[in-house]
Design a protein around this ligand. Structure first.
Ligand SMILES: [Zn+2]
Length: 689
């Protein structure tokens, strides 16, 4: 029998002999009356089987051979905590899907859609299936690109998630980082807050577009300007995807305290620092409650959503938080007279308990928080106790985040707190592709072994992250799905069918440069992004590509060897994906990998040239002309990015690529003027300032 490949892997699958062939006369019949979720279940089946007749409220007895019947009840085989989303699918002379609830019927339909082969045949089988983690999904940070997504773009994300039986989409609505571009702090607010009209995060992105020349884009987040959160929540709900907001507090919080200094943390002199809150100031609570309350009343409760993420990560001093003086290290902990009299731990726990109490009063039943700041301050036990005293412990979920190799040893199950796992599925679409399969696999296995109830991975959204999403779906639905090597092969069979052997080779080359490790760490530092951050010891803006070039020059031989290895892998990956994409289930995903490989190769070739040119400068002829060719290759990369990446990802991605383009053009000008007789020292040609 040929293999059945389904993502995520069903709990139990038994094959029967033979196949069922669905014909134009087959019907899709539902036992229950029509509902939004069931309408979408029907459309999933029709997407795979063609536009068959759909009817609701049909008893099972009316279904005949060749029909699809989906109805509630009769699922004694389902027994786990994921039962509410479980289903039993049976394919013999007809197809039946039974489930305790509508969500299970939807997932039965999603599985059925994946089973259909060309010609409308479905293999005879019986699947008994339910998830291990009750919450499975992603967090989309409010960040570059995500702020340009339209309602249609968000709907596409929800469709992708729901077809992988991922049921959770956490959307970042407020978060702040540090000065990176245009002298502005990177801050995003994506819900309008009518009581606080100063809070707007207008952005300007200047970049070069090969198709339309120099661009100067000034905009507000689309979510904010069109007030879309409620529409996204509603769309998700109809596809069994919980959509809920993430609104930072304490850490990642500069916009609110800068514009409303009365709530800001203060320094010893009582001056607002513009980062973090004063936790002794009643106005702080009034403002935070008012903002959270508005979001809950406007977007969540009307759609039956009772989840809220309050952030709380990384509450520590940083540089880049003060746009007037980016090199100044700013503390989010208030030093006013009132705060100074109390310990930081006490202030923190009091704040958290007050916030959670307020949210529960407003009807929120699941309050998410990151684990790290409590761990950093040694407060996990105290947090658990304080929440227990306040009767809040079962309402709070700690999100354990870790994005590298070697996950933490424990998520502290003895504390009795609810836990979700947060690996990364992909984030830096504007920087360089990283593979997070190992991180996802290891974090979810850890969570499963220590009683976690959910997995919500971190990042942004780019279709190039599809493999990571499948991995997340696989191990969050079925914690004991096979090992990671098995997953990798299964994914390629799913994507490429019979061409999967060839695909293994191409993917192996991409993995060689994209997986965590020495080569990937080396590669990451070639791109402009790390140099957008303020370093107090260096002039700002920083010199690019000068800084990475200087690093490479400290070990020319080693650097050249690594660059050549990277170029070899990237080229082989490009060639492989290029020949494979015509045979892929999702060609646009393969296009995405190919352009990632092209980006990697292009930058590696540029630095290989710069290394040689710096050393041969003054002796070799024609370096300027050679660089001309590299600039053409750079524009080719940018044109490919523009062709392949989603429009909302382009301004930020092209801005980063423009930084290198500008640097190369500057060096070329100096090389050419040197060729015309004006001889500059090499330092001046290759470095800026
Ligand atoms: Zn204070």
């Amino acid at each position: 029998m040929d293999e059945v490949v389904v993502f995520p892997e069903p709990k139990d699958l038994k094959r029967y002999d033979g196949v069922l062939t669905v014909t134009g006369g087959s019907r899709i019949l539902f036992g229950p009356e029509e509902s939004p979720v069931l309408r979408h279940a029907a459309s999933e089946v029709r997407r795979a089987l063609g536009n068959l007749e759909v009817r609701f409220g049909v008893p099972e007895g009316e279904a005949g051979p060749g029909d699809v019947w989906l109805g509630l009840g009769g699922c004694r085989e389902l027994s786990g905590r994921g039962k509410a989303e479980g289903y039993v699918l049976d394919v013999r002379d007809r197809i039946t899907v039974r489930a305790p609830e509508e969500a299970g019927l939807f997932y039965g339909a999603v599985t059925l859609a994946q089973l259909v082969r060309p010609g409308g045949t479905v293999p005879g089988l019986r699947i008994v299936d339910e998830p291990d983690f009750v919450r499975r999904g992603i967090f989309v940070e409010n960040k570059w690109g995500m702020d340009l997504m339209s309602l249609e773009n968000w709907k596409d994300v929800i469709d992708v998630l729901s077809r992988l039986k991922l049921n959770t989409l956490d959307i970042g609505v407020y978060g702040c980082w540090c000065v990176q571009y245009e002298g502005q702090v990177t801050e995003f607010l994506t819900v309008p807050l009518p009581n606080y009209p100063l809070l707007r995060t207008e952005k300007t992105i200047r970049y070069y577009s090969p198709s339309s020349g120099w661009k100067h884009l000034t905009y507000l987040p689309v979510l904010f300007e069109e007030d879309l959160l409620g529409d996204i929540v509603k769309y998700g709900r109809e596809r069994n995807v919980l959509v809920y907001p993430h609104f930072n507090s304490l850490g990642h919080n500069t916009l609110i305290p800068r514009l409303y200094p009365e709530v800001s943390a203060k320094d010893e002199e009582g001056e607002p620092t513009g980062y973090g809150y004063c936790l002794s100031e009643p106005g702080t609570y009034k403002m935070v409650f008012s903002m959270y309350g508005h979001i809950i009343k406007s977007y969540l409760l009307p759609n039956g959503v009772r989840h809220f993420h309050i952030g709380m990560d990384e509450v520590y001093p940083v540089v880049g938080a003060d746009p007037r003086d980016p090199k100044r290290r700013v503390d989010p902990w208030c030093r006013c007279d009132r705060c100074r009299g109390r310990s930081r731990d006490e202030l923190f726990l009091d704040y958290v308990v007050k916030l959670c109490s307020y949210l529960v009063e407003q009807g929120i039943e699941h309050i998410s928080m990151w684990h790290d700041q409590f761990a950093r301050q040694g407060l996990l036990e105290a947090l658990s106790e304080r929440l227990e005293e306040a009767g809040l412990r079962d309402k709070v979920v700690l999100h354990w985040w870790h994005y590298g190799l070697a996950p933490p040893e424990s998520i502290r199950p003895e504390l009795g707190m609810r836990a979700w796992m947060t690996p990364m599925h992909g984030y830096f679409f504007w920087w360089v592709y990283g593979s997070y399969l190992r991180n996802i696999h290891d974090m979810l296995k850890l969570g499963a072994s220590q009683g976690a109830e959910g997995a919500e991975s971190y990042g942004a959204y780019d279709p190039a992250f599809h493999r990571e999403l499948c991995c997340l779906a696989e191990y969050s639905w079925r914690n004991d799905a096979g090992d990671l090597e098995g997953f990798r092969r299964k994914y390629l069979r799913y994507m490429f069918g019979e061409a999967s052997r060839e695909a293994e080779e191409a993917m192996g080359h991409l993995e060689a440069v994209a997986e965590h490790g020495e080569l990937h760490s080396f590669l990451r530092l070639l791109f402009p992004y790390p140099y957008t951050y303020v370093n107090p010891k260096k002039p700002y803006p920083r010199d690019y590509p000068g800084e990475p070039l200087r690093n490479l020059l400290s070990d020319v031989e080693g650097s050249e060897g690594k660059l050549r290895t990277i170029i070899g892998h990237a080229r082989a990956a490009e060639e492989g994906f290029s020949s494979l994409k015509g045979r892929a289930r999702f060609p646009e995903v393969v296009d995405g990998w190919e352009v990632e490989a092209l980006r990697i190769r292009t930058f590696a070739e540029e630095f290989l040239f710069l290394l040689r040119a710096f050393r041969e400068y003054g002796r070799a002829e024609g370096l300027g002309e050679e660089l001309e060719g590299l600039l053409e290759a750079h524009d080719h990369l940018m044109a490919e990015v523009e062709r392949v990446k989603k429009p909302y990802l382009l301004p930020q991605t092209l801005r980063e690529l423009t930084t290198m383009r500008r640097g190369l053009a500057r060096i070329r000008r100096k090389l050419l003027s040197a060729a015309e007789g004006e001889v500059l020292p090499a330092e001046e040609v290759f470095f800026d300032g």
